[in-house]
Each structure stands twice: as structure tokens, then as C-alpha cells.
Design a binder for this molecule. Structure first.
Ligand code: PXL
Length: 291
């Protein structure tokens, strides 16, 4: 479990040196300057695990859309110009992680990015951000939904919540999914192509469940006591931990447990400090728990 990959180079004299190369994850998501979500959580979380986080912004916002007002600058037309320079630098990534995508064009760009910057060893983590609490986000058209399904099918790991699981599989939304629902949904998602599935944020009364279904057909439901009220950006924190841990070679079950406990601890701290829920979770002081 390390974020340093070893590789061998040859000097011009023919001597062989063992060198180390720091692992890198490209994160494709928006940059929201306030509200602790998307890139502003992925950058510190991935960095603290020893991996270099390389952001590819989809949009720049003053603050996330959960606030009444925000500045929004779409970055779609600039994304390919931006990563063409990465291509010139010969970059390749150990992990590629994408979050909220606002248009069909952005899905196409992520697909193109994966083709250009991955190898057989690259782990692709797709968080199919489409909705929450049984409601579909307003930006999600029928065609965008179809494209996101196709993208999720190409992932090594997907991290949908229950709402997103229902959108992806066509199963009817339920607030308290049982084991039969989780298994049948996961089998559908696996059949569609996603290799490993983590269904997140399952409401179980006093606990929150995360259901892991792996490519070998084994599955586990991990439960964590409810730590406090639900807050913005927790999905991004959770998926960032999973992305970093998978690139660091941590088993999926241990990683989901780490992510859930980290989120729960940060929610507790945020409630204690009476941080407004839209400001997200204050994880800064406990980042070292992820080292
Ligand atoms: O995943 C949370 C998130 C990310 N990015 C933007 C958002 C939100 C939640 O509202 O508005 C722009």
C-alpha cells in the first residue's frame, strides 16, 4: 500500500537505476470556491494520501449551487485545450476520477480523456452524480442520462447513491432499500459493465449503509452509526477517499469503512461547530486520519 510506484530507467552509460514515481490521479470536476465540494475536497483528500491530485475543471463557481446565488463559468470549451498540454507533457494517470458532469459534451470529453490518459493499470472511478433523495437534478436530460449510463459502464468503480442507483438501473426509488433490492440493483449495474459497485448513503434508521458489490460477485453491507445531519459535498469526500485508496492498493471494504468513518467524524465536528449544512463538512483538522 503505497503511493510511490517503482520503475527502472537506464543512464546513458548503461548503468541501471531504480527510480520511484509518485502516483497521480486526474480529477475531473467543478471548482467551487466555497461550500466544500468537488475539487476543493478532492485536492486535499487525495494529496494527504500521498498521491498527486491533478485537477481538470469542468466549471468554475464562486460557491456550489446549493446556495441561493452563485457565479458560474462553464469550462467545457477549454477542457480539451487544457489537457492537450498534459498530453504534450506525456502525462499518464494511475487513477481517473470524474464527478458531476453538466452536459453530454462533458461526458464525451471524459470518455476522450480516459482513452488518451489511461493504461491497463489505470483505475477509473466514476461518481455518477445525477440526483439525491429521490429527486433528479434539473440538468439531467434523457440524453445526458443515457450518456452517463454508458460512462458508468466503463468504470472500474462506481459510487452511486440510492437515487442514482435507481436512475441507472430503472428500479423504482425506495427510501429504505432492503438486501434484495441492493443485490438486484448491483447485479444489474455489474451486468451493464461497471466492474465494482459501491452503493452509498443507504438509510437504515440509526445507521448509514454502504453496499459493496465486487467484480467476483462477492458483496458486503457496511454500516456506520448516523453521526449527524446530512450535508453538502459528503458524496465527493467519500468518493475521493475511495479513489485515493484504490490507487494506493487498499482493499475496497477497508477503504469504504475508512471513507464512511472519516465522513461521520467530520459531520460530528461540523455539527458541534454549528457549521451551516450547505457549507459542507469541516474535515481540515482531521485530514491526518487518512494518512
Ligand atoms: O457534489 C456536490 C456539488 C458539486 N458541485 C456543484 C454543486 C454540488 C452540490 O450542490 O452544486 C457545483
Amino acid at each position: 500500500m503505497t503511493s510511490i510506484a517503482s520503475y527502472t530507467i537506464f543512464s546513458i552509460e548503461g548503468d541501471v537505476f531504480e527510480m520511484t514515481r509518485q502516483k497521480k490521479i486526474a480529477v475531473i470536476n467543478d471548482f467551487s470556491g466555497f461550500g466544500r465540494c468537488s475539487l476543493t475536497v478532492s485536492i486535499p483528500i487525495i494529496s494527504v494520501t500521498g498521491i498527486q491530485c491533478c485537477p481538470l475543471p469542468t466549471a468554475i463557481l464562486s460557491n456550489h449551487t446549493g446556495y441561493e446565488d452563485f457565479f458560474f463559468d462553464d469550462y467545457t470549451d477549454k477542457m480539451q485545450l487544457y489537457y492537450s498540454k498534459w498530453e504534450k507533457l506525456g502525462l499518464h494517470f494511475d487513477g481517473i476520477y470524474s464527478g458531476f458532469l453538466g452536459s453530454e459534451r462533458q461526458v464525451e470529453i471524459v470518455e476522450d480523456f480516459i482513452k488518451r490518459f489511461s493504461s491497463d493499470e489505470t483505475i477509473v472511478i466514476i461518481d455518477p452524480v445525477m440526483g439525491d433523495d429521490g429527486r433528479i437534478y434539473a440538468t439531467l436530460t434523457r440524453e445526458l442520462c443515457r450518456r452517463l449510463k454508458k460512462l458508468a459502464a466503463k468504470a472500474d468503480i462506481i459510487t452511486p447513491n440510492i437515487t442514482e442507483t435507481c436512475i441507472l438501473t430503472g428500479l423504482p426509488y425506495t427510501t429504505q432499500p432492503d438486501a434484495k433490492f441492493l443485490l438486484s440493483a448491483s447485479e444489474k449495474l455489474r451486468h451493464m459493465g461497471s466492474r465494482n459497485i459501491v452503493i452509498t448513503g443507504i438509510n437504515q434508521g440509526n445507521t448509514i449503509g454502504n453496499f459493496i458489490y465486487k467484480e467476483d460477485g462477492t458483496y458486503t453491507l457496511l454500516s456506520t452509526p448516523v453521526a449527524g445531519i446530512s450535508r453538502a459535498g459528503t458524496g465527493d469526500v467519500f468518493s475521493s477517499v475511495i479513489a485515493a485508496d484504490q490507487v494506493n492498493g487498499i482493499p475496497l471494504e477497508s477503504s469504504v469503512k475508512r471513507a464512511a468513518e472519516f465522513v461521520a467524524h467530520a459531520i460530528k465536528l461540523s455539527d458541534e461547530q454549528t457549521i451551516p449544512t450547505q457549507d459542507g463538512i469541516c474535515f481540515e483538522k482531521i485530514l491526518s486520519e487518512l494518512i
